[in-house]
Design a protein around this ligand. Structure first.
Ligand code: FEO
Length: 400
């Protein structure tokens, strides 16, 4: 049985939710599931925007058939070729043989890498600012390279001021009966997932996200239809203001994320004492044990907070394995413009502090504090003064 949602007068959501997937893209946990969005425009011509992941293929095809009824599909816009949005390409091509595939030249080349069918004879290639008139609606195609892949484009319906935003403005989490962000308490229940999605999926590409945002300075937007998560029709500034901060690598909040890798609890203990002293100074904190936390949560928190503390045991003359992995991931996601403090532990040799610093020296605009702490096995009482100095330095750096 189909499950569809009306988005606007001529627009219907025909996507589906997956609550069985453990790891999205094999790397990001999705405990609240994930939505694959696709939209069908019913104008004089009919237009399908993207498809879904193979896990929800049959529901998606039922949805399209239910919305089209006896009509044919005229256009099939492919904004992004990543397989979580193109798994149904072959079925759409087979079921709707008259549908023209609308995409850019880069998209066409990537489609050919993934799929084996004669795409050339039914493709309609578009480039920046090309317009497709479908009757009442005018679809403007706007290139958005690297938000998230090089071929990505978005579509702006200048008639209804609707932005089909591809991966931009997406969010982890299944939709649970809602479709609009204003039908849930988004700030309380979903903003963390929107940030985690942004930081991990497009966080590396802040420059490109900002370039896309700039293209909409003179184009009013009433509705945002992303490929994952909720549709925005009210309070768009709530998500647009976050995207401005995130794309500029500006922290959302002044406060400290503390992440530790501890083997027997002594590195954890030193981090906990530092956190306690920070809170006594009125500073907000959030703590993670990297060995039991999804790296995507730590990357997301690093995009949120202004100050980052990393504490690691020394392991094989380097950084503890779970911490080494998360730091490499964080640097790869282009984290910048943060103040960082480091704590190392080593029972016979301490190497993790120097090695952690090497990670952050690859980042732009990082303020790495001189106040460090080096523990030998466990924190000694005389070292409490060093923790006080580190807490003071963090507080002082917040006042600048
Ligand atoms: Fe949800 Fe980049 O695909």
């Amino acid at each position: 049985m189909f499950c569809i949602k009306k988005i606007a007068n001529d627009l219907v959501w025909v996507g589906a939710n997956d609550r069985r997937l453990a790891m999205f893209e094999g790397v990001y946990s999705v405990p609240k599931g994930v939505a694959y969005n696709s939209y069908l425009l019913l104008d004089e011509k009919t237009v399908l925007f993207d498809t879904v992941d193979k896990a929800v293929l049959s529901r998606f095809l039922e949805n399209i058939a239910a919305v089209l009824k006896n009509r044919t599909l005229d256009y099939f816009v492919i904004q992004h070729v990543e397989p979580d949005h193109t798994a149904a390409i072959l079925e759409i091509v087979r079921l709707y043989p008259n549908a023209k595939i609308v995409c850019n030249a880069k998209t066409l080349s990537i489609i050919k890498q993934f799929f084996d069918f004669n795409c050339d004879e039914r493709v309609h290639i578009v480039k920046e600012n090309d317009v497709l008139v479908t009757g009442k609606h005018k679809l403007n195609f706007i290139m958005a390279p690297m938000v998230h892949w090089p071929e990505v484009m978005v579509t702006y319906d200048s008639t209804d001021k609707i932005l089909f935003s591809a991966d931009a403005f997406g969010c982890f989490g299944a939709l649970n009966g809602a479709i609009f962000a204003d039908e849930v308490d988004f700030s309380k229940d979903y903003m963390d997932e929107a940030r985690r999605y942004y930081a991990n999926i497009v966080g590396k590409y802040g420059v490109q996200v900002k370039a896309l945002l700039n293209k909409f300075d003179t184009r009013p937007i009433k509705v945002i239809c992303p490929l994952h998560g909720f549709v925005w029709r009210k309070d768009l500034s709530k998500i647009l203001s976050k995207y401005k901060l995130w794309s500029e690598y500006e922290p959302e909040e002044t406060g400290v994320m503390l992440a530790y890798a501890s083997i027997y609890g002594n590195t954890e203990n030193a981090t906990e004492i530092l956190a306690s002293k920070l809170v006594e100074k009125g500073i907000k904190t959030q703590m993670f044990d990297v060995s039991v936390t999804d790296a995507s949560d730590i990357i997301s928190a690093a995009f949120k907070w202004s100050h980052l503390v990393f504490a690691s045991a020394t392991y094989n003359a380097g950084i503890f394995v779970s911490m080494d992995s998360v730091l490499a991931d964080l640097v790869a996601h282009n984290i910048q413009n943060r103040t960082v403090a480091l704590i190392e532990n080593g029972s016979w040799v301490s190497a993790s502090g120097t090695k952690m610093k090497e990670h952050f020296l690859k980042c732009k605009s990082m303020n790495i504090l001189n106040e460090t702490l080096s523990i030998k096995s466990s924190l000694q009482e005389q070292q409490l003064v060093q923790i006080d100095l580190m807490a003071d330095a963090i507080k002082k750096s917040m006042l600048k």
